[in-house]
Design a protein around this ligand. Structure first.
Ligand code: C2O
Ligand code: CU
Ligand code: CU
Length: 480
């Protein structure tokens, strides 16, 4: 085992190289994987017998990520380790790093008022942490790189869930290795529920579909690899809940999709051609009103909570979840029977519990430069770059200066996006409500109102393009 990951350079064939370079649709992905798998002399074929039947290869069904699996429930433990599985097609299994043996890790569901109480066991060959992205965790529970857990070590994450309902996630955050560990597979969803949201009677059970969207690179043996591109590493194929280009049967009625972009650097423009996406929530939970959209953009780390009415599809018809940027059909929905109990799109969302931010007490500027710097500096652990008074509203201005897009992420709070100038020049509906990550494209300046009122202590602000983060586009600040 190489210390850097499950990548064995000696078996990397020319064919595998071509996988990385191409932007693969499902069909060409399968053909290439098949070719590579069969072409490795003496190696295990990835797709095995499926190779001969490629033209009729059935699409794999997407499963929801395992619900907080028995292991997590019983032991309260997430074990980070190599040898975790994902699916590349009928009979095809890929391998990477994962939590509790799966890619993505188990879906953690918590109710407001409960406690997050999870022990991390590190079975990786290197240090790691778990960051609960979107959760208002106290600094020592936030997975800061300074709290790295060495191989063989453990860390007990424990804090009360004191925030509104929302779709969040967890992933590693070790110094300089976040990009590698995420690319190799480590990530999972974390959903917070509360009474206000429950009263809306949104689609649940089979009709609630959490979707962890990411891209990836694989080697000739079907192992996730990490060929770092300092400008932001793009994969060549899509994995949805750990399944490459899956299919999902849906009844012809209202569904709720909880979308997460868990990619290192890829930005998605998502649409289901012909069906409106009714956006009801994002990083910080429910919006004030639903927005009917034809498409939405998700940068790394961002989430979108959307309702889709599959009732408009005839039985037997299918519709893809498409990325309009990459031209990939990430997932194909197939309509089955009619609604057993038709859902209803709420006209308004519950009376807002969004915080009033009030006028800012001070302003701060952050220039995201190239691939490594904020305001001319690279990250240095232990250096506090600025201090923010607890409970005071501030206006933060994020400006890109080359190297964009920069998905800017702030730990320890959520913020409100108030303006965007330059570039796309407007704030989009998916940036309403509360955010913790906002996409700053080339030439853009984005202003947000931010306030820390959960905990005092040291938190991070960084670019969520993980190669930028790892190379220094990150700052420590202290809430005082
Ligand atoms: Cu999702 Cu500091 O990260
Ligand atoms: Cu975070
Ligand atoms: Cu960046």
């Amino acid at each position: 085992m190489m210390p850097t990951g499950p990548v064995d350079k000696s078996v990397k064939s020319a064919e595998a190289g071509s996988i990385r370079r191409a932007q693969l649709s499902r069909r060409s992905f399968l053909r290439t994987v098949c070719h590579v798998g069969c072409g490795v002399a003496g190696g295990a074929s990835i797709l095995g017998a499926a190779c001969e039947v490629l033209p009729t290869l059935p699409e794999p069904e997407v499963r929801p990520p395992l619900l907080a699996g028995p292991e997590l429930r019983a032991s309260g433990t997430l074990t980070a380790g190599a040898g975790a599985l994902f699916e590349m097609g009928e009979e095809g299994r890929g391998i990477g790093w994962g939590y509790n043996g799966r890619i993505p890790g188990p879906l953690v569901r918590l109710h407001r008022g409960e406690e997050l109480d999870i022990r991390l066991r590190n079975r990786l060959p290197e240090a790691t942490t778990v960051h609960w992205h979107g959760m208002l965790a106290p600094p020592s529970m936030d997975g800061h790189p300074a709290d790295a857990v060495e191989p063989g070590g453990q860390y007990h994450y424990r804090f009360p869930v004191a925030q509104r309902a929302g779709t969040h996630w967890y992933h590693p955050h070790p110094h300089g290795r976040t990009g590698a560990q995420a690319a190799l597979g480590l990530a999972g969803l974390l959903v917070v529920e509360d009474e206000g949201e429950a009263a809306l009677d949104l689609p649940a059970g089979e009709r609630e579909i959490p979707l962890v969207v990411r891209d990836g690179q694989i080697d000739a043996r079907g192992r996730l690899t990490y060929q770092r591109d300092d400008r932001g590493t793009l994969g060549d194929f899509a994995l949805i809940n750990g399944v490459a280009y899956p299919r999902r049967q849906v009844s012809r009625d209202l569904h709720r999709l909880r979308l997460l972009n868990a990619s290192n650097a890829r930005v998605y423009r998502l649409a289901i051609p012909g069906l409106p996406l009714v956006l009801i929530g994002n990083d910080g939970g429910l919006l004030e009103t639903p927005h009917h959209l034809r498409e939405l953009t998700l940068g790394p780390g961002e989430r979108a909570d959307v309702l889709v009415d599959f009732g408009a599809l005839p039985t037997g018809a299918s519709a893809p979840l498409r990325c309009l940027r990459a031209g990939w059909d990430l997932l194909v929905f197939g309509a089955t029977s009619a609604a057993s109990r038709p859902g209803r799109i709420p006209e308004t969302l519950p009376p807002s519990d969004l915080p009033e931010m009030g006028p800012p007490r001070r302003e701060r500027d952050f220039v995201f430069e190239g691939h490594t710097r904020i305001n001319g500096r690279r990250y240095e652990m232990g250096r506090i770059d600025f201090r923010v008074p607890f409970g005071e509203t501030e206006l933060w201005r994020f400006r890109s200066h080359a190297g964009a897009p920069h998905p800017v992420h702030v730990h320890g709070t959520h913020f409100r996006v108030v303006s965007r100038s330059g570039g796309r020049g407007r704030v989009f509906p998916w940036e309403a409500g509360l955010k913790d990550t906002v996409l700053v494209e080339e030439g853009e300046t984005v202003e947000v109102l931010v306030r820390f009122q959960a905990h005092r202590g040291i938190y991070l602000i960084h670019c969520h393009k993980l190669e930028h983060e790892d190379r220094g586009m990150m700052m420590d600040f202290e809430v005082v």
